[in-house]
Structure formats: structure tokens, C-alpha cells
Design a protein around this ligand. Structure first.
Ligand code: DC
Length: 219
């Protein structure tokens, strides 16, 4: 029998990461942050100065990159022997990830790397196409969203807390641009799976969202 999967899809900044990590911890399941795979590839592409439209070269990097997730108190991500954890959360990394994610052959090259995370006793998978493309047979699917303004505000707070300089109106514009690109792309666009449960977290505190997700799984 295949291990169980809970997919949590939605736009950037909807709180998928926080919610998925907490739910995975409560259930004792594995966690896949699929965005970090696209982000790691974006870092490799930037390092190698490959053009973001050069699909063949990016596919080659996707096939050959060695990516390791080291889970201790904090997650450490190693790309080809170097620690890229800090670079992963940079805005340039996210924007480049969103640009290369429109390329169908790149998505295909990353498919198995993501499916390999499906291990016993179960997996919480967070991303854009977890319930539609990567784990279409998942028994539990959630589509998590919040208004663009709320998502920009949350991102702003996160960056300020990390001591990173940020501009709220710039972040809102970036989020709107990223939403448009992620939703309008032809390959695996951000859409809600027909069998997913919709949750708008704009006015919901984290604990309530986690309780709601656990309730959905247990029913
Ligand atoms: O979730 P995130 O912000 O870390 O993702 C960064 C980008 O990667 C996002 O803008 C689009 C892409 N992505 C994707 O296309 N499919 C996924 N399953 C996860 C991320």
C-alpha cells in the first residue's frame, strides 16, 4: 500500500509552509516543501548564469543537481555540496523559481524527485500542483489561500523579523505578479484540484488552520 499523502496547494505567502510543517509534526509524517526544489534549481541556474528561458540547459541542471535536505531543529539545504539555506528565501530566488517553473520539461525533470518523498508513515506535500499533478491520487487535498494584501503583510513581517530590509508595496506587486505567472502558465498552473477542500486563511490564526486541517484528515 502506498503511504498516505496530504497535499496543501496555494499561492505564495498563504501560510502553506507553516501549516504543513506543524501538521506534519503533529501526524509524525514526512514533509515536502516542493517550492524549495524549484528554488534550489533557481539558485543553480543563477550561479551558472543560465538564461531563464534556456529550457534544455535548465533540464540538464535539474537532472544532475544533488540536493539534500538535512532535518534537525532547523532545516538545512545542501546543493552540490554547498549550504544554500539562506539563499533559498531571497526574493530573487523565488522570482527566478517562478520563471523557470513555467517550463514543462523542467517540471517533468523534477517530478520524480518530489514523488520520492512519499514514504511511510505518510507525507504532507506543499506546493502549487501537489494535488493536481504530483500526487493526484492523494486521499486528502487542501487549497490554502489568503488575500494578496494579507500575504504581502505576512511576508513583510517575516522579512523584518529576519532583519531583511523590505518594502510592503513592492512585496504586494511581486506577489500579484507571481500569482499571475503561477496561475496563467500552461504547464501545471496553480488551480484547485476538483477534490480539494478550500480554506481562506486571511482572518484565521495559525492554530485554527492547523486544527481545521487535522479535522479534515480525520473525517
Ligand atoms: O512556494 P514557493 O514560493 O517556495 O515557490 C517558489 C516558486 O516555485 C513558485 O513561484 C512557483 C514554483 N513552484 C511550482 O511551480 N510548483 C510547485 N509545486 C512549487 C513551487
Amino acid at each position: 500500500m502506498l503511504p498516505a499523502v496530504l497535499t496543501i496547494d496555494g499561492p505564495s505567502g498563504a501560510g502553506k509552509g507553516t501549516i504543513s510543517r506543524l501538521v506534519a509534526k503533529k501526524l509524525g509524517w514526512h514533509y515536502l516543501d516542493s517550492g524549495s526544489i524549484y528554488r534550489a534549481l533557481a539558485i543553480a541556474v543563477l550561479q551558472k548564469a543560465i538564461d531563464v528561458t534556456d529550457e534544455a540547459s535548465i533540464v540538464e541542471v535539474a537532472r544532475t543537481m544533488e540536493l539534500t535536505f538535512v532535518c534537525a531543529d532547523e532545516l538545512t539545504v545542501i546543493l552540490d555540496g554547498s549550504d544554500i539555506t539562506r539563499q533559498l528565501s531571497l526574493e530573487t530566488t523565488g522570482n527566478t523559481a517562478s520563471m523557470i517553473a513555467v517550463l514543462p520539461a523542467v517540471r517533468a525533470a523534477l517530478l520524480k524527485k518530489q514523488q520520492d518523498f512519499r514514504l511511510m508513515p505518510g507525507l504532507v506535500a506543499d506546493g502549487r500542483d501537489m494535488g493536481t499533478v504530483v500526487f493526484p491520487d492523494a486521499p486528502h487535498k487542501i487549497f490554502l489561500t489568503a488575500s494578496a494584501e494579507k500575504r504581502a503583510e505576512r511576508r513583510y513581517k517575516q522579512l523584518i523579523e529576519k532583519g531583511v530590509d523590505a518594502n510592503l508595496s513592492r512585496l504586494l506587486l511581486d506577489i500579484q505578479e507571481r500569482d499571475r505567472r503561477d496561475s496563467e502558465r500552461a504547464a501545471a498552473p496553480l488551480v484547485m484540484a476538483a477534490d480539494a477542500v478550500f480554506l481562506d486563511t486571511s482572518e484565521m490564526p495559525v492554530e485554527i488552520v492547523v486544527a481545521e486541517v487535522l479535522h479534515i484528515i480525520n473525517n
